[in-house]
Design a protein around this ligand. Structure first.
Ligand code: NAD
Length: 286
């Protein structure tokens, strides 16, 4: 058993998927879970999520070898502050947040000497949330990026890597700022653009009498699936990864204006060349 006792804080998509993946891997020794709401605790108990479910952070992290912060990025700091006095010396605290620099700054200072902090980000998810949305195969063959702050304990990092491998992931280690820039391109800005497209369609619906949504063709459906994602999680992602997302949005806007101009001026050559280049790139992504 890599970690005999694991505590999961925030029983949503990621934490529940981790639990089922731990079960499948034979890595669920004793697992506790914390949820704020009675409804989530009732649901967790009904579906057998965790060995024990608590409404107390203190009870949840008591004796845990690994504590996983699986709450929205904006809530990580407050949770770290509240669990800090109750952590077992020598334990590892990790998180699964979609932004890393801000989480490291929010969580790190609260943790006592002798507790290892190894931030991580599993690059796996769906547009669903809550304790019933999790499933054991979510992390299979997906990357999990470990983002250890400078001076992290090498054994603690290696052990967390083994744990994520047991849950099905491939592991890479990344610097936090680089992580935040890469994720701004691959995940954060695409979500913002999908949200925007749905907003535009909804505005238009008032003009076209609901036809946009009713007849939404494959392009709109495929492209906007991720706009059904949790609003709290995504609000926090943008507020916490402000610099990188603004940088990428600036570049995106420039490209969009260039294409807009090509359409207005009838520059088919430019459009064709652009789409040919991007098709080749997109086809290279499995
Ligand atoms: P989720 O909405 O399914 O679950 C989050 C849970 O945290 C909810 O049960 C919520 O009630 C609880 N919560 C919120 N604020 C809290 C607080 N202050 N204290 C205690 N509990 C609180 O979300 P999720 O998709 O499991 O996301 C969890 C984390 O994982 C986020 O930081 C997110 O950035 C990250 N993440 C999400 C995805 C994804 O695609 N959904 C992928 C990778 C990482």
């Amino acid at each position: 058993m890599i970690y005999p006792r694991v505590a999961l804080i925030g029983l949503g998509l990621i934490a529940s998927s981790m639990y089922w993946a731990m079960k499948r891997a034979g890595e669920a020794g004793h697992v506790t879970g914390y949820a704020r709401s009675q409804e989530t605790r009732d649901t967790a108990r009904r579906i057998g999520l965790c060995d024990q479910v608590f409404d107390s952070l203190q009870e949840t992290v008591r004796d845990a070898d690994l504590v996983v912060l699986a709450v929205p990025v904006g809530a990580m700091g407050a949770v770290a502050r509240d669990i800090a006095p109750h952590l077992k010396p020598g334990c590892t605290v990790t998180d699964v947040g979609s932004v890393k620099r801000q989480v490291i700054e929010d969580v790190g200072p609260h943790l006592p000497e002798g507790v290892h902090f190894v931030p991580a980000h599993p690059l796996a998810g769906t547009e669903h949330s809550g304790p019933e949305s999790g499933f054991a195969t979510l992390f299979d063959n997906r990357w999990c990026l470990l983002v250890p702050p400078e001076g992290s304990d090498a054994d603690a990092v290696e052990r967390l890597g083994r744990f994520w491998r047991a849950l099905g992931s491939n592991i890479d280690v990344m610097d936090p700022d680089h992580h935040d820039l890469v994720l701004a391109v691959t995940s954060h800005c695409p979500h913002l653009i999908a949200y925007t497209m749905v907003g535009v369609a909804d505005d238009l619906r008032r003009v076209t009498d609901s036809e946009v949504i009713k007849y939404s063709a494959a392009g709109f459906r495929d492209f906007t699936r991720i706009a059904a994602s949790d609003p709290t999680m995504w609000r926090d992602v943008f507020l916490s990864n402000k610099d990188a997302t603004l940088e990428i949005l600036g570049r995106f806007t420039e490209e969009l204006f260039a294409l807009q101009r090509a359409i207005r001026t009838g520059d088919g050559e430019q459009l064709h060349a652009y789409f040919t280049r991007t098709r080749a790139i997109r086809r290279g992504i499995l």
